[in-house]
Write a protein that binds this ligand. Sequence first.
Ligand SMILES: [Zn+2]
Ligand SMILES: [Zn+2]
Length: 909
Amino acid sequence: MLSAGELEARRALLAESPDLAALARRLAERAAPLMARRPSVPRMKALLSTEGGMCLHDGTPLAFDPWSPTEHRCPRCGSGFSGERHDRAWARFQHLWLAEQAATLAALGAIADHRGAAERAADMLAEYAGAYFEFPNRDNVLGPSRLFFSTYLESIWLNNYLAAATLLREAGLLPDSAAQAVNTVADEAANLIGEFDEGFSNRQTWNNAALAAIAVWFEDEELAARAVESETGIVAHLVRGFGEDGMWYEGENYHLFALRGQLLGMGWAAAAGGDLLREPALARQLASALRAPAVTALPDRTFPARKDSRFGVSLAQPMYLELWEVGLARLAEPPAGLWGWLAELYASPPPVAATFDSYLYETGAPAPSAPRSRADLSWWSLLEMAPSFPADVAPWSPGPVLLESQGLAILRRGDRYASLECGPYGGGHGHPDRLHVTLHANGRHWLSDPGTGSYVSRDLFWYRSTLAHNAPMLDGVSQPVADAWCSAFAADGEWTWARGVFGELTRTLVAGPGYLLDVVELSAPIDHRIELPWHPAGSVEVVSGGSWTPDEIPGEFVSGAERLEGRGDGAVVLRARDGGATLTLHLLFDGDLLRATGPGNPGAGGPSTFYIERATGRNATLAAVLEPSGGVASVRGLRADGAAFLVESASGTDRHVATVEGWEISGPDGAVRLGGARRRRAAPRPLIDMNRPEPARAFALHVPEPPPLAGTLDGFETGQPIALDHEDQYRRSEEAFAGAGEFSATAVLNWDVDGLYVGLDVVKPDVVFRDAGAPPLRLDNEPDDLNSDGVQVYVRLGAEEPAYGFLAVPADEEGAIRVRVTEGSAGSAEMVAGAWQRTDAGYSMSLALALPGWAVRSGDEIGFDLIVNEMRPDRTRRAGQLVWSGGGGWVYLRGDRHAPERMGIVELR
Ligand SMILES: [Zn+2]
Ligand SMILES: [Zn+2]
């Protein structure tokens, strides 16, 4: 953010720079509708739901039109939609867009002498201030928020809101009354954002930026110091959030989002007097953060959709162009080649503007007809980008590379890009896709990581499964959440190789001039079924013969499974075609080849066929040659010869063999030896520390007869009750723990040879539950019964035993309860019986759990936990929960999941 003096200097540059002048003209053109007509400030809080803002017919997000608050259109099929859910989905973008527009108008007023724009901006700021407290801080999904449902959105909004206010103030264009109004917003936002620290998170970069903006607004040095220097502040995020290789630990999608927040935060920090880039180490770290997504970009200049990520998004989106413009302008020594990279992006085919929470400037703009230019950017570039693009920049020419902390090996050669995922799982946005292979060649994305569609639609579970990837899996289930590592990487002339290790699996990818050799190996002490899915793009035929016969692959998303019969002894050859290009796969393995239909890539518009190699044993080798070609394929066959693989092609036979040092290829042109062996590095200190206190302990008393389960504690042995009444057992949403008098619970645990009995007395003023016939909430993928008074019970009989979990809620006034198994838990709802009753103080519930393997004796210890959800009459989502084993923190995004390690211990007496 620029001070009065800096604004003066920028005004002078604008007068001399054709690029800045062109950008200012474009911004003024885009702002013209706002000058002609006052935009509408929605008087509603944004709502996230599964249906709001989505086309009912095809699931496409509805187009965002700032001038149409109640009529919403599907860009794909043209259908129109209205209703509160759609309006409140629209409000999310409208609030964000209005703040962007306020900042644009303020920048035009502050440095382009656009007086009317400054006045309109000041009006908009004051209007929000007048309404800010009318938006309830309630029913949020992820953190306190008034305008939105998540804190980070409030932070994105506030960055623009305070940018507008600060620009106007520094330019002497903010009336006192408007400044007072901004004070009230900034003050309340400081409370909301300041109390919700998300640890190391892409979202926290935005929260940090917002806090730094508030510090600049109030000239609050203490707050500035906290935003910059705290354990999860701006410096810590720069150093630890972006890894040694510069890539954000959650992958490209979140890298780009976090980098914008990070750059904004660093800008505010500089305005508060702390320019971090004066520190050479921090400048180097920013340089590598700017470099990383250029290094991993696919040849079509989209970023790979690794982990939770949008699919197929071009880096030539103006919002990304601006990251490099601002970042490179700030660095005294920009990394070599990045101006060339940026020039390449500007020259590439212009993507249609996408809708981003943090970039809505292109809303309503027609599809671009010419490549993107510097005039397509936002007010931020008007303030910060270099006045002219450097002349004679060197071309960007990336090569093979291993991103160390990301564990991403890229075997790049010209326009062929192959990568092997051999790094850590990647936090909460990670996928079970370790050892996944991506391939892009001849302009086609032959083998892709699909990323993630929508967080609130069902297919999320497909995209977060191993089967949706080109990655190996064991015994028919997705990979466990665990890290892979890279045991070798080397490039030598025409050849590059990488090897990844994931538990009992290794994958070796060797890239030569004409083809790639891929070897997946299983080595385990016991038999497994190993499956390797392939999802080639284009239309695929089996070249090597055989016929398809019906088979079965279990799974909600998979249909039409078939198995190839009569495949013969040699490799199965598949050929995928797309236009004039082909990808040929020679699959050499001992087992079955299956094919089936599953969801296509997000946005692809329909299902697609994929293939699975399946083998069984303790040891298995699945070798493949991948040959992408723009013309005639040259590879004729793949054979095994002992431990060696022979790849026969038009130019002769290459013999591949693993050696002690690495990999050796000998062919018509001589031999190449690839080394580059690596050690597994000690796991880095986790970004999120789970500090585990001593486990909670309690007793379950033996009863000679089972309690009658009347919904009360009648018939229970009530000695040794356990209490849930403490602030540090409470997980809050927006409001802090109101005290045991408002919400608390006492439970007794009993047992006999048939099972475990739980009696529960809950103190709370209202009992709020969902009637069996209530319409579904359609908020997200979580069970609706979370947003009800009720309990979650978890039991594990031993560390190696399955963890059972049940969610039980009142179902009617007659005392019936409704039970479901919690996500990720074993068991079935029939294992739980019980009832409930209203009491003077709240309600009581009695439950009997009959679990398989319940053969316990006095003195045994079992894992146990009890969580009591709190619902209130004026809310859509639960207000909080009490956790027997100790809670604390926030209830957001937990659903009914509970890690077995968190359970307390109950001794049977
Ligand atoms: Zn539609
Ligand atoms: Zn993925």
